[in-house]
Design a binder for this molecule. Structure first.
Ligand code: UD1
Length: 418
């Protein structure tokens, strides 16, 4: 129940290095279930979500050992194919164990995840894809019980929407299915590409990751491997936005600018100076940003996980921006908190109109989810007085040392026990 207290003030200056991507590491931990033995993951962020996924793996019978940013996981010969409600509720991404457990053991019971901070979040596409591979599902007392009585067999699957989670669940089952799976319209996020790289390192045969057509040749067995997690584009984007909002100059090291093309384009349109190298990005923020319209879309569109941080910047713009959120119905919930700080915002369905103003005023706010929590801290960097952000466990889920990193860039910020 800690709080983050940030005092608005001067520009952030300096550089910060990012770690591996949360949304890649979590799925790569699950991918390990596909092969018994000792797996290793490096560049793993020290965040709450990794710890929670470790608990899911523990329940299944794995042993996880962390050493700094390295994770060693021992996967048993006979995994327990289930993820109970208390774990799934804390770690929604646990639903991804369905595919690999079905592929390895022919059965899997995973509590139905239900909704979360971002809305209802159905799993129909996950189940439809796995059904195409031969799985059968029943919802029994709130638990999705899956069986593959005849094993899994490759199929051609047309995803109605390029869902990240559905793509991963199908991929993690298809790698051990008999024959070829063709996945049309899969998610193209960099984290999917990185998952495919890890799986190919384990002996899988996946082509086309990062494109609109993936082909997977099933293999009978996979073997453990060592893999370095791709840099976190969302962590990188958050520190870049922090620099821009504070009218400072921040350089993010160890990231891949190619993974933030749309977000950098929009920051440039807003009047930020953007420089980039092979593995770094430097952004300097203007005194008053220009207004910018944007819509969130699956990669390579503007990331929904960068929407709140961009809106925090546009709250200070000289003019009106229109933002369309296409991924999550509850993603605008934080706008009420931003309005408490004085932002002039109105919403209509999935559209938000942000009339920029020269000043926000610090006050107590609640972090409703990971990215919105980070965005409220960022808004506090430039608000008058101090902003107290509560429910910071959301921020802990996705950012290692968030307060320390911002402080190292010159932010006046501290974490307090409530
Ligand atoms: C992942 C990321 C999350 C990011 C999101 C979109 C992780 C742990 N989380 O979430 O940070 O915001 O990608 O980039 O990697 N949908 C359905 N039916 C389904 C599956 C999804 O209708 O079976 C809908 C969802 O409700 C949502 C949209 O599709 O509206 C996108 O969801 P999806 O791409 O699956 O996101 P996640 O994998 O849950």
């Amino acid at each position: 129940m800690d709080q983050i207290v940030v005092t608005g003030g001067g520009p952030l200056e300096g550089s910060v290095a990012v770690l591996g991507a949360k949304n890649a590491a979590l799925k790569q931990m699950v991918a390990m279930l596909l092969a018994p033995g000792t797996h290793r993951l490096t560049n793993v962020p020290g965040i709450l979500d990794v710890e929670l996924m470790g608990r899911v793996l523990d329940h299944i019978g794995a042993e996880c050992d962390t050493d700094g940013h390295s994770l060693v996981v021992e996967i048993p010969d006979d995994p327990r194919p289930e993820a109970p409600l208390d774990l799934v509720r804390q770690m929604r991404a646990s639903i991804i164990v369905l595919g690999p457990l079905l592929a390895r053991t022919g059965t899997a019971s995973v509590a139905f995840p239900g909704g979360d901070d971002l809305g209802a979040r159905p799993i129909d596409l996950h189940l439809a894809g796995l059904r195409s591979l031969g799985a059968e599902f029943e919802l029994e007392h709130g638990t999705v019980v899956g069986r593959a009585p005849n094993g899994l067999t490759g199929a051609e699957i047309d995803l109605e929407f390029p869902s990240v989670g559905a793509t991963e669940n199908i991929l993690l089952a298809a790698v051990l299915a008999r024959g070829e799976t063709v996945l049309n319209n899969p998610a193209r996020e960099p984290e999917i590409q990185d998952l495919a790289t890890q799986l190919n390192g384990m002996g899988a045969s996946i082509a086309g990751a990062g494109t609109s057509r993936m082909t997977i040749q099933g293999v009978p067995t996979l073997a453990p491997t060592s893999h370095r997690v791709v840099p976190d584009r969302l962590e990188a984007g958050t520190y870049i936005a922090a620099g821009a909002i504070s009218r400072g100059r921040v350089r993010v090291e160890g990231c891949l600018p190619e993974h933030l093309r749309m977000e950098l384009k929009k920051l440039s349109e807003a009047g930020c100076e953007v420089k980039r190298g092979d593995d770094w990005i430097e952004v300097a923020g203007p005194d008053r940003p220009r207004p910018v319209d944007f819509a969130t879309l699956p990669f390579p569109g503007f990331a929904t996980d960068m929407q709140p941080q961009m809106v925090a910047l546009l709250a200070f713009a000289e003019g009106t921006s229109v933002v369309t959120e296409n991924l999550y119905d509850a993603r605008f919930r934080y706008l009420g908190e931003l309005m408490r700080m004085g932002a002039d915002v109105s919403t209509e369905w999935q559209h938000a109109v942000i009339r920029g103003s020269g000043r926000l005023s610090g006050c107590p706010v609640l972090a409703p989810d990971i990215r919105a929590g980070a965005a409220l801290v960022l808004a506090g960097l430039r608000a008058d007085g101090y902003t107290t952000v509560s429910d910071v466990q959301h921020i802990d889920r996705g950012y290692e040392g968030f307060v320390d990193r911002l402080a190292s860039l010159g932010a006046v910020i501290e974490r307090r026990s409530a």
